[in-house]
Write a protein that binds this ligand. Structure first.
Ligand SMILES: [Zn+2]
Length: 272
């Protein structure tokens, strides 16, 4: 077996454990615990953003997806500026990302970039999470004052105790993000079970705005099984991509966003 072959295989195996927004969510542990009483095939239940398998139907597709309709702390949500509670106890999140080996995959739901190194940290309220993968939605999943951004980036992190924190970055059309081109030149148009290793390294910090002030709330995965207990951090400041960069994603996934969910009794805080 050549080195190259190993490089392709390894992320594929890694993916079956970590493919975040897909059926094989980072909350695999929770799903695996339930799996004991459910046929293994349930893990491969098809879901989508269109027609009979669209978000309105997710909970009907598989008993593992019930939370998608019965949950009370679901994501995404509409962030209303007037209702956000400035919380002096919240300090800005700390992001420590560095150039890392990555692989990229079209998992049928989005374009996902997997990170196998443990060098990318997010610290929220004194708790440290490691970056597992990041992926994209079009249009944005979160709304701000009832409006979608053109796209949204989700950076999915996991702590040592298995809990998840997702950093959301809204993407507006504007200046090109040249850092992105390294990934976008390897954009896989077709769904595949194998991730493609991106040459060299990629620094996820290049996808973030300089100002990391954020909205915070407790929510869920925005894809089946819609598991709750996810710490959400949505950055207040968007980044820009060129219309061409956005169009390149839209040509593969014309829309892959779950509609906003009721906020209920939850509060959205901000760290200002
Ligand atoms: Zn997502």
């Amino acid at each position: 077996m050549s080195n190259r072959r190993f490089q392709i295989l390894f992320p594929a195996i890694f993916l079956t454990v970590l493919a975040g927004c897909g059926n094989n969510s980072p909350n695999h542990d929770a799903a695996a615990a339930k799996e004991a009483s459910v046929p293994a095939a349930a893990h491969h239940t098809h879901w989508s953003y269109e027609g009979d398998t669209s978000p309105e139907h997710w909970a009907e597709l598989d008993q593992l997806f019930t939370t998608c309709s019965t949950g009370s702390a679901q994501s995404p949500v509409n962030i209303l500026h007037d209702k956000v509670k400035e919380d002096e106890r919240l300090s800005p999140v700390k992001v420590e990302y560095s150039p890392s080996p990555v692989s990229i995959i079209n998992n049928g739901h989005t374009i996902q970039v997997n990170i196998s190194s443990k060098d990318n940290k997010l610290t929220v309220e004194g708790k440290t999470y490691l970056l597992q993968q990041f992926h994209f939605h079009l249009p944005s999943e979160h709304e701000v004052d009832g409006k979608h951004a053109e796209m949204e980036l989700h950076l999915v992190h996991k702590s040592e105790d298995g809990s998840l924190a997702v950093l959301g970055v809204l993407i507006h059309s504007g200046s090109e993000n040249t850092v992105l081109n390294k990934l976008w030149s390897a954009l896989p148009a077709e769904e595949s079970a194998e991730a493609i290793v991106v040459d060299g390294s990629f620094d996820p910090a290049g996808l973030l705005p300089a100002d990391l002030h954020s909205f915070r709330y407790q929510g869920s995965l925005t894809t089946p099984p819609c598991t709750e207990g996810v710490q959400w951090i949505v950055l207040e400041n968007p980044v820009t991509w060129s219309a061409e960069q956005i169009a390149k994603f839209a040509a593969i996934f014309p829309h892959d966003n779950r509609p906003v969910q009721p906020l209920g009794s939850r509060e959205i805080g901000s760290d200002e």
